[in-house]
Design a protein around this ligand. Structure first.
Ligand SMILES: [Zn+2]
Ligand SMILES: [Zn+2]
Length: 184
């Protein structure tokens, strides 16, 4: 079956300016073009629903594509290692052209009177994915000593002592070598 992201545009290009709205949904990577990323990175499943809602507007020699693309992604929180599930929704404003002018490498190509919205949507979603996701902005992460999830519990582990305080500790030890130095 033809991809719903392949849009015939001959009529639009013949009648300038004209426009149509496109709403389409299909698996993000039906052709399995993209290798899964590493565990630490955010990624989109190949069968995740990619939604494209755009307006195509023709101009002489090409089309403007404006609207939004949306797909769910998953990743691992870089601080506490739980799975993060979220949706990336990106506003797009791109051009498709018959021929790329010099310096126009950002434009996508119209091929045989069709445009393929999928590569444009892939580019927008991949650019939007966080490199190292967080489950929430203020995730407290795991204790590096006992591994407890600091979002859910507290522990008594002590972090490495700041060298300035370490000096102070030594002074105290010298001043109070007896048990009086431990006040608990
Ligand atoms: Zn987290
Ligand atoms: Zn701990």
């Amino acid at each position: 079956m033809a991809s719903p992201f392949l849009v015939p545009v001959a009529l639009l290009l013949r009648d300038v300016p004209s426009s149509i709205d496109i709403s389409a949904e299909a698996p993000f990577d039906e052709k399995k073009e993209f290798l899964p990323r590493g565990r630490a990175e955010s990624d989109v499943n190949s069968d995740a629903p990619l939604k494209i809602n755009v307006k195509l507007q023709s101009f002489s020699g090409g089309l403007h594509v404006r609207g939004s693309v949306e797909a769910p992604w998953h990743g691992i929180c870089r601080r506490c290692s739980i799975e993060v599930l979220a949706v990336s929704k990106v506003e797009v404003s791109e051009r498709y052209v018959d021929e790329r002018a010099p310096g126009d490498e950002d434009a996508y190509l119209i091929e045989n009177d069709f445009i393929d919205l999928a590569p444009m949507a892939h580019d927008a979603i991949f650019l939007d994915l966080p490199l190292a996701p967080l489950c929430k902005e203020d995730c407290k992460g795991l204790c590096p000593y006992c591994g407890i999830d600091r979002n859910e519990a507290t522990c008594e582990c002590q972090g490495p002592v700041d060298p300035r305080w370490a000096t102070l500790d030594n002074l105290r030890f010298i001043d109070f070598p007896s048990d009086e130095s431990k006040e608990n």
